[in-house]
Design a protein around this ligand. Structure first.
Ligand SMILES: Nc1ncnc2c1ncn2[C@@H]1O[C@H](COP(=O)(O)OP(=O)(O)OP(=O)(O)O)[C@@H](O)[C@H]1O
Length: 238
């Protein structure tokens, strides 16, 4: 008998992690489905970005383990307002830096690299902004440039921290289309979001509360009135 279950995109096993002496995630165990979109949902400070940091290898677990498929080089897209707006580089240079993950920094790019860069610019609708500096862009345009940079890495694990927060409808739409395109190409996408409609349109959902998994599974099963009330309810008194 053959099994067609896809390989998981990532596995967290009893991961506890945080910053200095502040433990944020407590024994988080989760399986992120491969080639699918997972939404990470929870109140402010519940640990969504920290989950992405752990998956990206930026935040090291104090306990537990993270398993990624062999040769996975995750690409993490932070919110555009976390990136210095005055970086003196153009949009094309920003996206080109995504290829360094493959070629090595400052290496000479090949024709194929240039094709990937141009197609990522086009996919996010920012080809006409390619020669503009990041500092000249609006927040939404900058967010698209950062996503295009991540797509240029042609990663199998794309991690997005609130990619559509505070963006207008057309920009959200272009980012959603790019995420959908990545999923169709077999990329595992994990995104933190406060937007419940966005979370409901994902394939899988992790709901966090105070750094612990409150529920995980198909979004409609996870995001019920009861779990949402518990996730956003008053903190539990000691
Ligand atoms: N670099 C850091 N150094 C120290 N503490 C941090 C750092 N980043 C986050 N924290 C703390 O970790 C906790 C969880 O933060 P995290 O950003 O993971 O939550 P979040 O669910 O993504 O929040 P939000 O919805 O507000 O973006 C918070 O108490 C936060 O103050």
């Amino acid at each position: 008998m053959t099994h067609n279950t896809p390989e998981p995109g990532a596995i967290l096993r009893a991961v506890s992690a945080g910053y200095a002496r502040h433990t944020v995630l407590h024994e988080v165990t989760a399986e992120i489905p491969g080639g699918a979109v997972t939404a990470v949902v929870g109140a402010n400070g519940s640990g969504k970005s920290t989950v992405l940091g752990v998956l990206a290898g930026i935040v090291r677990p104090a306990e537990g383990a993270v398993r990624l498929p062999r040769d996975t080089r995750p690409a993490l897209v932070v919110q555009q307002n976390a990136v210095p707006a005055l970086l003196p580089i153009t949009v094309r240079e920003t996206v080109t830096m995504g290829r360094w993950a493959i070629r090595g920094p400052w290496r000479r790019l090949r024709g194929h690299d240039r094709q990937v860069i141009e197609s990522c610019l086009a996919r996010l609708g920012i080809s006409d902004l390619a020669d503009h500096r990041l500092s000249e862009l609006s927040g939404g345009q900058r967010q698209r440039a950062l996503l295009a940079q991540a797509l240029a890495q042609q990663t199998s694990l794309l991690l997005l921290d609130e990619p559509t927060a505070s963006l207008d409808a057309p920009t959200r739409e272009s980012i959603s289309r790019a995420i959908d395109h990545a999923r169709k190409a077999g990329t595992t996408v994990v995104h933190a979001t406060h937007d419940l409609d966005e979370a409901l349109s994902a394939d899988h959902c992790l709901l966090l509360r105070h750094g612990r998994i409150l529920s995980q599974g198909p979004p409609r099963n996870v995001l019920t009135a009861e779990t949402l009330r518990r996730a956003w309810g008053a903190p539990v008194l000691p």
